[in-house]
Design a protein. Structure first.
Length: 73
């Protein structure tokens, strides 16, 4: 006998999306913080590279949020 799949409400989907996307946000800021540390420890070019990588992660986060928001609306 096939089991019926349980559907999540919009509120439950939103809460799960917040939990997942919050991790991307933390990851981006941790990478940028590491880049700031690297600027002081090794030099500006290395630290700047890490800062750019952190910014790219945050931009990807922003794109993901906007696409998800547009799909829901």
């Amino acid at each position: 006998m096939a089991k019926m799949k349980r559907r999540l409400s919009e509120q439950q989907e939103f809460e799960i999306m917040k939990l997942v996307l919050d991790k991307f946000l933390w990851l981006g800021f941790i990478i940028m913080g590491f880049g700031l540390y690297q600027m002081f420890a090794t030099g500006i070019p290395v630290g700047l590279m890490w800062m750019v990588v952190g910014a790219v992660v945050l931009i990807l986060f922003m794109i993901l949020v906007v696409k998800q928001y547009e799909m829901v609306r």
